[in-house]
Design a protein around this ligand. Sequence first.
Ligand SMILES: NC(=O)c1ccc[n+]([C@@H]2O[C@H](COP(=O)([O-])OP(=O)(O)OC[C@H]3O[C@@H](n4cnc5c(N)ncnc54)[C@H](OP(=O)(O)O)[C@@H]3O)[C@@H](O)[C@H]2O)c1
Length: 236
Amino acid sequence: MNQPPVGVAVVSGAGSGIGREIALALARRGRCLALVGRRAEPLSRVLAESGARGLVLDQDVRDAGGLAAAAIRVESELGPVEEVVPAAGIASVAPFLATPAADFEAALATNLTGVANLARAFLPAMLERRRGVLVALLSVASRRAFPGWSAYCSSKFGLLGLVEVLREELAGTGVRVVAVTPGATASPLWNGLPGQWDRTRMIPPAEVARAVLWALDADPSVAVEEIRLRPPGGDL
Ligand SMILES: NC(=O)c1ccc[n+]([C@@H]2O[C@H](COP(=O)([O-])OP(=O)(O)OC[C@H]3O[C@@H](n4cnc5c(N)ncnc54)[C@H](OP(=O)(O)O)[C@@H]3O)[C@@H](O)[C@H]2O)c1
């Protein structure tokens, strides 16, 4: 007898931090993985660690055309995509006037347009099947202003808008849009950022993955819109 396909989870930024934990958690649930990031090597390590069947896509999320081609490849080589988790992201810290224009643009292109590019590539097939979930990684910086974080806050405030519009547009289609909104999380994102950052006060990335799984497990009779996670000692 033919087994039904196990379903595929697409995770960008899966080579490290939060994306890595989400990919490993989804693999433990039996998903095939399509892992997206600029560098193949960390993605290959995560895929091997997961033990899952899957694909490594060394693909920049700023490249819309590359993602469209990747989506066709994923559906044909792995099967139907059930979850898309755009977790690729970058941060830079400097006062606005000291932020190079290129850094500002890179944050918007990666953290905001990169999510739109993934959604544009993978949502059509999910909508055709009338099933699937887009899980976006918002941030405490989607609503709160932090001095020195103009590029990051601009990208994440913008992403909040995109996610909320998508949720309204997709209501009733069978495709869900969930936002997970962490405060400071102990990932490599903080490496090299100017300032003192106490990682012992931050959320463990595995807890963000746990929140994602909780949202995915929700009964179809309820729409989980957003889960907010904060460090218990307050924002950093
Ligand atoms: N850490 C926090 O405190 C925190 C809090 C709230 C929300 N978030 C959000 O959570 C998400 C994951 O962040 P993280 O903390 O896990 O950061 P991370 O450990 O630095 O991981 C980010 C990943 O994104 C990938 N990436 C960066 N630019 C990319 C691009 N243009 N195309 C494809 N992949 C790209 C990187 O891999 P390559 O370099 O190989 O491309 C890296 O694996 C981000 O959206 C972040 O904004 C983080």
